[in-house]
Design a protein around this ligand. Structure first.
Ligand SMILES: C[S@@+](CC[C@H](N)C(=O)[O-])C[C@H]1O[C@@H](n2cnc3c(N)ncnc32)[C@H](O)[C@@H]1O
Length: 272
């Protein structure tokens, strides 16, 4: 039976739904380098953990979030309210998946974590072009994505993606632009200039947590409330078990097939 995995993650209040979890988010936040008065958008906020984290340290920055999944919107709104950030961070549920509900040239920075990679085929390029539209000239895009290693063949990529789409409702990572060099070529073709590329599995240093204590505790309590629900519900437990069993079936050994990557880009479009 198909298990819509993103709905499942929403139901259990999962945090950091991306490879390299919290470490990836710490690196992304460092690259994002939030400044007072900047307007920053997260696309695909999941249950809202990163937005609470950013708000806890950057009270003079204006944060926005958009997502197209009604359950994620509901859960992220609840997390933000619970963490006393509900009046400060503005969340919206997208009506049209193809359109970012912001004016052209209106945002200083945009970030995404495990959102671009799960776009299928040329939807990835379309979303990047939309991002380019709403970002100001010289604005920044920062992404944390899991992409295929060059040692992973296209047959394997298609096989895993088909399996994941069929069983979990989403692909693992885009197959039209599978490898890092394809991503860079694609990004340059839609007017982004690459500022830095960080491979998460090569990180040797620790990055200080910038999550302010009271907010961190509240956010953890919200995550725990979802986890408790999992423990109490037999159907949720079964769903979780099925997911890990099927993942082991499709990726059985420890051979690395994918890598986590943080890319920071400058929007090079013409200001006129
Ligand atoms: C893998 S989850 C990651 C959630 C969150 N960024 C995190 O890392 O915890 C992907 C999220 O992106 C949302 N999403 C996927 N494609 C999207 C799109 N084209 N526009 C807006 N949201 C999208 C999903 O609903 C989901 O909340």
């Amino acid at each position: 039976m198909r298990n819509e995995i993103l709905n499942f993650f929403g139901r259990i209040h999962a945090q950091y739904i991306h490879a390299w979890g919290e470490l990836g988010t710490r690196v992304l936040i460092k690259e994002l380098d939030c400044q007072p008065n900047e307007e920053i958008l997260e696309i695909g906020f999941g249950t809202g953990t990163t937005l609470v984290r950013l708000f806890s340290k950057n009270k003079r920055t204006k944060f926005y979030g958009i997502d197209f999944a009604p359950l994620m919107y509901k859960k992220a709104k609840a997390r933000l309210r619970f963490c006393m950030a509900g009046n400060s961070v503005k969340l919206s549920l997208m009506k049209d998946k193809k359109q970012i509900p912001f004016e052209t040239n209106s945002l200083d920075k945009i970030f995404l974590e495990s959102v671009l990679g799960i776009q299928e085929g040329n939807d990835l390029k379309d979303l990047l072009m939309e991002i380019n539209r709403v970002l100001r000239p010289n604005g920044f895009l920062v992404m944390n994505e899991t992409i295929w290693l060059e040692t992973t063949s296209s047959e394997k990529i298609n096989h895993i993606n088909d399996f994941c789409k069929h069983n979990f409702g989403i692909i693992q990572s885009n197959a039209h632009y599978p490898y890092l060099k394809d991503w860079i070529d694609l990004l340059v073709s839609v007017n982004f200039q690459c500022e830095s590329v960080i491979k998460l599995d090569e990180i040797k240093f620790d990055i200080k947590s910038e999550f302010r204590k009271p907010y961190k505790l509240l956010s953890l309590a919200f995550t725990a409330a979802g986890k408790i629900k999992t423990l109490l519900s037999r159907s949720v437990r079964k769903e979780e078990k099925d997911y890990y069993r099927k993942m082991k079936q499709i990726i059985p050994d420890k051979t690395p097939l994918m890598g986590g990557i943080i890319i920071k880009l400058r929007n090079e479009k013409n200001p006129f």
